[in-house]
Design a protein. Structure first.
Length: 81
């Protein structure tokens, strides 16, 4: 019974982390489109570099929907056995 509860808790955390990744990607794409439109066609490379370099900054503490707080980095890799 305890293993089932731990597995369910792990699945929930993975779903929350996936949601954070999707949100980060969505925000990145919105910023790229907005900045590209504002700076013009020639600035696409510059806009991509600026926005991607922001992702490389150290992670942050994320407030998860269940109320817990966890360290989150956009480049974190999940290894699920």
């Amino acid at each position: 019974m305890q293993n089932t509860e731990l597995a369910k808790e792990g699945d929930n955390k993975i779903k929350m982390i996936e949601a954070i990744h999707k949100s980060t990607l969505r925000t990145l794409l919105k910023n790229i489109v907005k900045d590209h439109y504002a700076k013009g066609e020639e600035a696409l490379t510059e806009v991509l570099y600026e926005n991607l370099s922001r992702l490389g900054k150290p992670g942050k503490i994320a407030q998860l929907p269940d109320g817990s707080r966890e360290y989150f980095s956009p480049f974190a890799r999940l290894d699920v056995a």
